[in-house]
Design a protein around this ligand. Structure first.
Ligand code: HEM
Length: 409
C-alpha cells in the first residue's frame, strides 16, 4: 500500500521527522513522491542506495540545463539561477574548475592555522553570554550563529563593518515564503547583495587582501579563470553553506546532548570524546537532511527501481544515516559509537568542501561550551523548540535555543 506521506512529500512533522523516515525506509530504498507544487520526484532513503546515487554519473546537478528543459523545476537547496554558477550547481568539467580554485582555502594546514582564531572568537562570544549571569540566553543568536558567520566572513575577507547589513540581507533573502514568486523584500535583498559583492570585488582588485575573495578575483589571469558570475555565485554559496549548516550542527548538537544527560556527562568527563561525538551528532540529526538539487540525464537504475530520464531525485541523507541495514541501533544517540561514518557531508565529487572547517568550529565550540558550563540546562521543554527551517526541507536547524548557562543552586 502506498504511504500517504509520499503523496505530498515534505508535509511532515519538522520537529521530529524520524519516525516517518523509518516508516518510508521500511517500505523500500526508492520511492516516487509528489512535491508540494505537484511535481513528481524520486526519494532515496536507504544508505547503500543513497551512496550509489551520490556517485552516479547519470545524475546531474546542472540546474540551468534542468531549468531550460522545465522552467518550473524545483530547485530547493540552491539559490536562484543568478547565483547558481557555483560548484554545487554544475557538473564536471566546470565543477572541477570551480572547486579547485576554492579548495586551497580549506586545506588541512590552513585549517590548523585557523584554530587559535576560532578559539578566540568562541571565547569572546561565551564571555559576552556569561556576562548575562543566571538569566536565559539564546544560544543560537549569541553563539551558534555568530561563530560560523564571523569565521566565513573573515576567510572571505568581508570587512567587519559590513557584516551586520550583509547578514541581514541574507536573512531576508533566505526567509521562508510560501508564495510562488519571491517577495519584494527578498528581491531587494538579492539586489543589495549583488551590488555589495560587485563593489567588494572591485575593491579587492584595487587593494588585494590575504583572503579567499582576493584569490578568486586573482584567478582572472589564469587559464581556468572564473567568470564574474561564477565568482559572485561562489562567494554567495560559501556564505550560505559556511554558516547556516554549522549553526545547525552546534544548535542541534547542544540540544541532543542536553536531552541525553548521560551522554553529556561522559563528554564533560572526557573532552577527548568531542570529535567522535560530533560525527555521531551529524549522523543522528543531520543539519543538511536531504541532498540539494539533482536530476537524471537518462534512465537510472537504483535499488531495483528504474528512475526515468529528466526526473528530480532527492537523496535523504538523514534517513540513510539511520538505516538499520547499515548501523546497529540507529535511532540511539551514542557518542562512543565506534563507527563514525555517515552521509551528513554528502559523498562523491560534491562531498562538502567545508567539512574540515565545520568540524574545527564544532570541536572548539563543544569543548569550550561544555567545559566552561558543565551544568548548563535548557530553559524551555523540548516541546517548545522549533526545528523547522522555514518551509524548506533541506536544512534542519533551530531558530532559538534558550538555555541557562550556569544555573544557581
Ligand atoms: C556541500 C553539508 C558546512 C561548503 C555540502 C553537501 C552537504 C554539506 C551534505 C553536499 C550536498 C549535495 O551533494 O547535494 C554540510 C554540513 C555542514 C557544512 C552538514 C556543517 C555542519 C560547510 C561549510 C562550508 C561548506 C562550513 C564552507 C565554508 C560547502 C561547499 C559544498 C558543500 C562549497 C559544495 C561542494 C561541491 O559541490 O563540490 N555540504 N556542510 N559546507 N559544502 Fe557543506
Amino acid at each position: 500500500m502506498r504511504n500517504p506521506a509520499l503523496e505530498t512529500w515534505g508535509d511532515y512533522d519538522r520537529d521530529d521527522p524520524y519516525p516517518l523516515f523509518a516508516l518510508v525506509r521500511a517500505g523500500g530504498p526508492v520511492h516516487e513522491v509528489t512535491l508540494a507544487d505537484g511535481h513528481r520526484a524520486w526519494l532515496i532513503v536507504r544508505h547503500e542506495e543513497a551512496k550509489a546515487a551520490l556517485t552516479h554519473a547519470g545524475l546531474s546537478k546542472d540546474m540551468h540545463a534542468a531549468l531550460a528543459r522545465d522552467g518550473a523545476v524545483v530547485a530547493e537547496g540552491l539559490p536562484g539561477p543568478a547565483f547558481a554558477r557555483h560548484m554545487l550547481g554544475v557538473d564536471p568539467p566546470d565543477h572541477t574548475r570551480l572547486r579547485r580554485l576554492a579548495s586551497a582555502a580549506f586545506s588541512r594546514p590552513r585549517m590548523a592555522a585557523l584554530r587559535p582564531r576560532v578559539q578566540g572568537i568562541v571565547d569572546r562570544l561565551l564571555d559576552d553570554l556569561e556576562a548575562h549571569g543566571d538569566v536565559v540566553v539564546d544560544l543560537v543568536k549569541g553563539f551558534a550563529f555568530p561563530l560560523p558567520f564571523t569565521v566565513i566572513s573573515e576567510l572571505l575577507g568581508i570587512p567587519e563593518s559590513d557584516r551586520d547589513h550583509l547578514g541581514s540581507w541574507f536573512t531576508t533573502l533566505l526567509a521562508p515564503s510560501s508564495a510562488p514568486e519571491p517577495p519584494a523584500a527578498a528581491v531587494s535583498a538579492s539586489e543589495s547583495i549583488v551590488r555589495y559583492l560587485v563593489e567588494l570585488l572591485a575593491s579587492k582588485r584595487d587593494t588585494p587582501g590575504e583572503d579567499l575573495i582576493t584569490d578568486l578575483v586573482n584567478s582572472a589571469d589564469r587559464d581556468d579563470a572564473l567568470s564574474e558570475q561564477e565568482v559572485l555565485s561562489t562567494i554567495f554559496q560559501l556564505i550560505v553553506a559556511g554558516h547556516d549548516t554549522t549553526t545547525s550542527l552546534i544548535g542541534n548538537g547542544t540540544v541532543a546532548l542536553l536531552l541525553h544527560p548521560e551522554q553529556r556527562d561522559a563528554l564533560v568527563a572526557d573532552p577527548g570524546l568531542v570529535p567522535r561525538a560530533i560525527e555521531e551528532i551529524l549522523r543522528w540529526d543531520a543539519p543538511v537532511q536531504h541532498s540539494t538539487f539533482r536530476y537524471t540525464q537518462q534512465d537510472v537504475a537504483i535499488g531495483g527501481t528504474i528512475i526515468p530520464a529528466f526526473a528530480q531525485v532527492i537523496i535523504s541523507l538523514a534517513a540513510a544515516n539511520r538505516d538499520p541495514g547499515r548501523y546497529a541501533d540507529p535511532e540511539t544517540l551514542n557518542i562512543s559509537r565506534a563507527d563514525t561514518s555517515h552521509l551528513a557531508f554528502g559523498h562523491g565529487i560534491h562531498h562538502c568542501l567545508g567539512a574540515r572547517l565545520a568540524r574545527l568550529e564544532a570541536e572548539i565550540a563543544f569543548t569550550t561550551l561544555h567545559g566552561r558550563f558543565p551544568t548548563m540546562r535548557m530553559a524551555v521543554p523540548r516541546s517548545q523548540l522549533r526545528w523547522s527551517h522555514g518551509d524548506g526541507l533541506v536544512l534542519r536547524g533551530l531558530h532559538e535555543l534558550p538555555v541557562i548557562l550556569a544555573p544557581q543552586g
